[in-house]
Design a protein around this ligand. Structure first.
Ligand SMILES: [Zn+2]
Length: 529
C-alpha cells in the first residue's frame, strides 16, 4: 500500500517536472536530487522490479552462452556452455539436450528472490547507465541472510539497469560448473536492455574471480555470459518448431527430368537449407543478413577472384555465422559456418580470409557428401551441429590448396598478422581448450606450418604475446555486434584495439539500453571512453 502511494507520488513529481521545469536543464538536475527515493522505498522498488523481471524472463526462451577463462599462468583450463535458458519444466528431450546448465539464471539478477525485508539499502550517488539517469544504492543482506552484497542502479521508474556484486549462490554455481571443488569467490555484473516490446532483460554479465582465502590472486579467472534470441516468446518459439518439422518442403524435382547430377546437387542444397533453417530458428545461427551477403561473401569472392576452380563451387559457396564465442568453422555442403568468436578475435580481414580459405580448400580437396545424419532428421539443434564436426584428415593437402587461394588473392601481401593469429591459436589451445578447441586448431591452425613457412607469412614478427605493440588476436567482442532480438550480426564500426596480454581474452561488455542501439552496423562504443 505504501509502495503504491509512493509510486503515485513519483509519477506526479515527474509529470510536474515536465510542465514546470521542462526547459531548464540545471533546474531538472536539482529536481532529480530532490526526488531521491528513500533507502527503504528503493528496496521495495528493487523487489518489485526483480519479481517482474523474472516473471517476464519465464515467458521467453533466450539462447545464451557462459564462458570462464583463467588468466595467464596456472594449470587450470577454461569452461564453456551454450544452449537455451529453460526455466519452465517440461519433458521435451530437445529442450534437455539444448539447455544451459541448471541454476545458471542466478547470474541474471542481483537476487531472483529479492525480498525488501531481508535487505538494507544505502543511497550512494546519482549516475547514469547508458544515458539513463539512475541512483546507485548499496545493498547489504540483513541478519544472516545469504543475499546480494553489492550495488544496484535504479532509475526513477523503478527499473534496475545494472547490478554489480557477489552472492554465495553464484559462487557455488560457478565453482561447480567450472569443475572446482573449493568454493571460489566471484564478482558479477549484469547489464539490462529493453527488448521485445518493452520488457527489460539481462543481456550481458561480466564475471571476475576475486581473491579469497581459498583462492590466491594468482589463479584469477574472468568470464562472461551473453544472451540473445529475445525476438520470440516461448510459445512463439514452440510454434515455429512445429512448422519447420511439418511444413518442410520435400524435394520433388526428380519428376521434372533433369540430369542425375543436377538432382544430386538439388538434394544437397535442400538438406543444407533444412539444417540452416533448424539452426536459425532455434537461435544458434544468425539469420542471413547484410554481414553474410556482403562482408563475408566479399571475402570469399576475393579469394576466388583469380583461381576459380570451376565445378567444385557449384552451387556457389555461402557463409553463415554461428552465434558462439567459441572459435569454430564447420562445413555443411557448400555453406561455411564460421563463429562469432572466430570473426571477433581475427585481427584483420586477411586473417578472416585465412580461416575461410581453409573452408574453401576443404570443399575442393574433400568433396563432402552431406551425411545422412543431418538429412531431414529431426534432431536437437546442438546434435545436428555436432554431426557437422569432422576429424582433421589430410590437412597438408588442404593447407596447400588454401595457400594457393591466399597467395593469388589481394590478401597475399597482408598475411603477416594472419601468421601471428595461427601462432596464437597453437599457443593458447592447451590453456583455452574450450574457446580454442583442438578440433578447430587441427583444421585451421596450420600445425604443420605450411602456411606459416610460406614466403607470405615468413617475415611476420616473432610471436610474443607480452611484447608491447604485438598481438596475435583481439579480445572477444572486438569486431561483431549481435542484435539480441533478431539474432542478426554485423561489424562494429569502432576501431579494433588490441590489448596487451588480452589476445583471445575476456573484457567487460558495453551496456546497451535498447535494441535500437544494437541495430545495423553501428553499435555504440563511445560510451566506454
Ligand atoms: Zn581441415
Amino acid at each position: 500500500m505504501r509502495a503504491m502511494r509512493f509510486l503515485l507520488l513519483i509519477a506526479m513529481v515527474v509529470s510536474l517536472s515536465h510542465h514546470v521545469l521542462g526547459h531548464a536543464s540545471t533546474a531538472r538536475l536539482e529536481n532529480i536530487a530532490d526526488t531521491r527515493i528513500s533507502d527503504k522505498d528503493a528496496a521495495v522498488l528493487v523487489q518489485r522490479f526483480e519479481q517482474w523481471a523474472s516473471a517476464e524472463l519465464r515467458k521467453m526462451e533466450p539462447v545464451g552462452e557462459l564462458y570462464l577463462q583463467p588468466d595467464s599462468g596456472g594449470k587450470e583450463t577454461d569452461s564453456y556452455s551454450w544452449g537455451r535458458l529453460v526455466l519452465v519444466s517440461d519433458g521435451d528431450k530437445d529442450r534437455l539436450v539444448n539447455r544451459l546448465p541448471p541454476h545458471i539464471e542466478e547470474l541474471l539478477s542481483p537476487d531472483p528472490q529479492f525480498d525488501a525485508r531481508r535487505y538494507v539499502l544505502h543511497f550512494v550517488r546519482h549516475d547514469s547507465v547508458n544515458g539513463i539517469p539512475v541512483s546507485i544504492y548499496e545493498t547489504h543482506p540483513r541478519g544472516g541472510y545469504d543475499g546480494f552484497e553489492g550495488q544496484v542502479a535504479l532509475d526513477q521508474q523503478g527499473f534496475v539497469w545494472q547490478y554489480v556484486g557477489s552472492r554465495h549462490a553464484v559462487d557455488s554455481f560457478l565453482t561447480r560448473w567450472s569443475g572446482q571443488w573449493r568454493r571460489r569467490r566471484f564478482v558479477y555484473s549484469g547489464w539490462r536492455a529493453r527488448l521485445h516490446g518493452g520488457s527489460i532483460y539481462t543481456t550481458d554479465v561480466f564475471i571476475q574471480q576475486v581473491a579469497a582465502p581459498n583462492n590466491p590472486p594468482e589463479f584469477s579467472r574472468r568470464g562472461r555470459m551473453r544472451l540473445w534470441n529475445y525476438g520470440k516468446t516461448r510459445a512463439e518459439q514452440a510454434r515455429a518448431e512445429l512448422q519447420v518439422v511439418e511444413g518442410i518442403e520435400r524435394p520433388r524435382r526428380w519428376a521434372l527430368g533433369p540430369s542425375a547430377d543436377e538432382n544430386e546437387r538439388h538434394w544437397m542444397r535442400d538438406v543444407e537449407n533444412y539444417v540452416l533453417e533448424v539452426l536459425t530458428r532455434d537461435g544458434y545461427l544468425a539469420p542471413e543478413g547484410t554481414f553474410e551477403t556482403r562482408s563475408c561473401a566479399q571475402v570469399i569472392s576475393n579469394l576466388l577472384a583469380v583461381t576459380r576452380p570451376s565445378e567444385a563451387f557449384d552451387p556457389p559457396v555461402r557463409c553463415r555465422v554461428l552465434l558462439s564465442s567459441r572459435l569454430d568453422l564447420r562445413l555443411l555442403g557448400h555453406t561455411i559456418l564460421i563463429s562469432v568468436g572466430s570473426l571477433d578475435t581475427a585481427g584483420d580481414e586477411a586473417t578472416v580470409a585465412t580461416i575461410l580459405a581453409h573452408g574453401l580448400a576443404e570443399i575442393v580437396t574433400k568433396p563432402t557428401p552431406i551425411t545422412p545424419k543431418v538429412a531431414f532428421a529431426k534432431r536437437p539443434a546442438l546434435e545436428l551441429l555436432a554431426a557437422l564436426e569432422t576429424k582433421a584428415d589430410n590437412e597438408e593437402a588442404v593447407n596447400k590448396e588454401a595457400l594457393v587461394l591466399l597467395s593469388k588473392s589481394l590478401y597475399s601481401s597482408k598475411l603477416e598478422q594472419a601468421g601471428l593469429f595461427l601462432d596464437g591459436l597453437n599457443d593458447v589451445t592447451p590453456r583455452l581448450s574450450s574457446l580454442v578447441p583442438p578440433t578447430f586448431v587441427d583444421h585451421v591452425g596450420d600445425t604443420a606450418g605450411i602456411l606459416r613457412q610460406s614466403e607470405w607469412m615468413r617475415r611476420r614478427p616473432v610471436y610474443d604475446p607480452l611484447r608491447q605493440g604485438h598481438f596475435s588476436a583481439l579480445p572477444l567482442g572486438s569486431r561483431m555486434a549481435l542484435n539480441r532480438e533478431t539474432n542478426q550480426v554485423d561489424l562494429l564500426r569502432a576501431p579494433l584495439v588490441p590489448m596487451l596480454g588480452k589476445s583471445f581474452g575476456v573484457v567487460p561488455p558495453y551496456p546497451y539500453s535498447s535494441d535500437g542501439d544494437l541495430g545495423g552496423a553501428a553499435a555504440p562504443r563511445a560510451a566506454a571512453n
